[in-house]
Design a protein around this ligand. Structure first.
Ligand code: ADE
Ligand code: ZN
Length: 337
């Protein structure tokens, strides 16, 4: 088996993926035509060629442009179903996915956004055997008041939604700006995730921990801060890292020495995820395969993905047992090149 085959066959959970960021260029063009949206491209290849960024801000411009082609409940259903099919083919058993209704408010009824996503999640549970769950993201360039309003807007779906997160333009919009949002969400029973330490400093990760966040999305800049690494380890707060995203957004110059394995060895529950797969050139298994790690190391990261999930304890144990069984089926010396 090649490392690509191993990475795809390895049972895993994906914990950091933005559904709107899973729109493949072909689907982007198809939905734009169907919904009468004018885009600056004529072909899917032109879209792919445009996916080169100087950093997070430039990526977000294209990402929000991509969001404008999503208009109907069927669009959100198709988007989610397509991601879950690809995820299943890459060994994903549990997917905790982000969706961000704020850019659609006033344009697409929230009932269609969340209803379309949740219907596809239910279908995939039966048809693909993927255990899906949804976290709603508030955009951090907006105000905390808007994030609090979002909690009211999504209240009818409380029992169907797993949690909340914070995404978008990080620098200048620290987690402390959303302390009440996190406290209110926790009071309503949501699990708490927060993007921090992608382009922002390690102190943003500290602020997220201080706000009671249970899982940090990215957390890359924490790796160079030993006291913070120790805190993440001691408090058992996982990181959902996204290597190809970090590479394409120029957070790192190379994946040589990417810190996910070092963080794992330091006792942090570090995981590998895709973020926005077509925008960054790979789904979750492609991210595992890009790290140049051995089968034993990849299996350790896959076990972490179940440990870091918000799934019930029995499901976490079953996921870890599936990784153990896969690892045991592989030759001892199966090393990545
Ligand atoms: N929304 C979608 N992808 C994101 C990322 N990498 N960082 C912050 N917000 C995002
Ligand atoms: Zn993200």
């Amino acid at each position: 088996m090649t490392v690509t085959d191993i990475a795809a066959a390895l049972p895993k959970a994906e914990l950091h993926v933005h559904l709107e960021g899973t729109l493949e260029p072909e689907d982007l063009m198809r939905l734009a035509a169907r919904n009468g949206v004018a885009l600056p491209w004529y072909t899917a290849d032109e879209v792919r060629a445009a996916y080169s960024y100087s950093g997070l801000a430039e990526f977000l411009q294209l990402y929000y442009l991509g969001c404008t082609v999503l208009h109907t409940r069927a669009d959100f259903h198709e988007l989610t179903a397509a991601y879950l099919r690809r995820a299943a083919a890459q060994g994903v058993r549990r997917a905790e996915m982000f969706v961000s209704p704020q850019p659609f408010l006033g344009r697409v009824p929230v009932d269609d956004v969340l209803g379309g996503v949740l219907d596809a999640v239910a279908d995939a549970r039966t048809d693909l055997g993927v255990d899906g769950a949804v976290l709603v993201i508030a955009q951090r360039h907006r105000t905390q008041a808007e994030a609090l309003e979002l909690l009211d807007v999504m209240a009818p779906w409380r029992e169907s939604l797993l949690g909340v997160g914070l995404g978008g333009a990080e620098v200048g919009n620290p987690p402390s700006k959303f302390a009440r949002f996190f406290a209110d969400a926790r009071g309503r029973g949501y699990r708490l995730a927060c993007h921090a330490g992608e382009e922002g400093p390690a102190d943003y990760v500290r602020e997220a921990l201080d706000a009671g966040v249970e899982r940090i999305d990215h957390g890359y800049t924490a790796a160079a801060d030993p006291a913070l690494v120790a805190r993440l380890r001691d408090e058992g707060v996982p990181l959902t890292m996204c290597p190809l995203s970090n590479l394409r957004l120029r957070v790192v110059d190379t994946l040589d020495g990417y810190p996910v394995m070092a963080l794992h060895e330091a006792g942090v529950v570090a995981t590998v995820n895709s973020d926005d797969p077509p925008y960054f050139g790979g789904y979750v298994a492609d991210n595992y395969a890009a790290l140049g790690l051995s089968t034993r190391q990849l299996a350790a990261l896959a076990r972490n993905s179940f440990t870091a999930s918000f799934a019930p304890a029995d499901d976490v144990a079953a996921g870890i047992a599936a990784v153990d069984a896969f690892e045991a089926s592989q030759p001892n010396d199966a090393e990545a090149p």
